[in-house]
Design a protein around this ligand. Structure first.
Ligand SMILES: NC(=O)c1ccc[n+]([C@@H]2O[C@H](COP(=O)([O-])OP(=O)(O)OC[C@H]3O[C@@H](n4cnc5c(N)ncnc54)[C@H](OP(=O)(O)O)[C@@H]3O)[C@@H](O)[C@H]2O)c1
Length: 253
């Protein structure tokens, strides 16, 4: 049976860990050739190994998404290896700057905005430059429920994710007639190391997540990956400019 992404070429930033890793594996299962872009090569090679053992195709391109020349090179290397670029999951992100705003640091602001917001902008800039030459493509940015509602404990992170949501909807409008769809996923509480940073103990964070989530549990990374696969596939051919919560009902509350 044909996969949903058969023959497509897809970049996944942050594809060596967490949500990105799960999405890279699902994209390969659905027939995509996958470019994993992140900084830590060893973790990237692990994912490549897993994809190749299952019969899929993938490469790792060492990339810091906050650096314009590296993002440009990521897209160039993709086209050099596979001849085109059909999909991208701009997922790389950091969760820094917890706590009250008067206690946060300039370093936390700069790093968060550089990776989460400037990184997504840079990725779209160079990915779409390639996609317009092919008259088509599908992009999914990883925002967060923190890109849709406020979070007391993460004002800087929330600001960066609102930025991702705003970029997504605006860029979707720019390319709506050009065959390029641009959407975002907005995960809620996901069981992962990134959700376990910060002041509270992991158990406390888990019970907070369960308390706040109408479905009374955290999500798995695979549940986010499924939404990304669908948004990148032709099944979502009339869907653009959407910031889709994958959150067990959190934002609905
Ligand atoms: N976990 C949650 O509960 C949750 C909820 C909502 C949204 N999200 C979002 O989901 C995305 C993925 O996070 P995750 O939860 O899967 O955590 P994770 O496992 O820590 O993944 C973060 C990924 O981003 C990459 N990354 C960080 N800085 C980078 C940079 N400068 N250049 C390139 N890659 C970089 C990391 O790889 P390297 O360190 O190797 O570069 C890693 O692959 C993030 O955007 C996060 O904000 C997560």
């Amino acid at each position: 049976m044909q996969g949903l992404l058969e023959g497509r070429v897809a970049i996944i930033t942050g594809g060596n860990s967490g949500i990105g890793r799960a999405t890279a594996l699902r994209f390969a299962e659905e027939g995509a050739r996958v470019v994993i872009a992140a900084r830590r090569e060893a973790q990237g090679q692990d994912v490549l190994g897993e994809i190749k053992r299952a019969g899929g195709e993938a490469i790792f391109v060492r990339t810091d998404v906050s650096r314009p020349t590296e993002v440009e090179a990521m897209v160039a290397r993709t086209v050099e290896a596979y001849g085109r670029l059909d999909c991208a999951f701009n997922n790389a992100g950091v969760a820094l700057g917890h706590g009250l705003i008067h206690e946060t640091t300039v370093e936390d602001w700069d790093r968060t905005v550089d990776v989460n917001l400037k990184g997504v902008w840079l990725c779209m800039k160079y990915e779409i430059a390639q996609m317009v030459t092919q008259s088509g493509g599908a992009i999914v940015n990883n925002s967060s429920t923190a890109g849709l509602v406020g979070y007391e404990d993460g004002a800087i992170y929330t600001a960066s994710k609102y930025g991702v949501t705003g970029l997504t909807t605006s860029v979707a409008l720019q390319y709506a007639t050009k065959g390029i769809r641009v959407n975002a996923v907005c995960p809620g509480w996901i069981r992962l190391p990134v959700t376990r940073e910060g002041d509270a103990e992991p158990e406390e964070r888990e019970s907070q997540a369960v308390r706040e989530t109408p479905m009374r549990r955290m999500a798995s990374v695979e549940e986010v990956a499924e939404a990304v696969v669908w948004l990148c596939s032709d099944k979502a051919s009339f869907v653009t400019g959407v910031a889709m919560p994958v959150d067990g009902g959190l934002v609905a509350r």
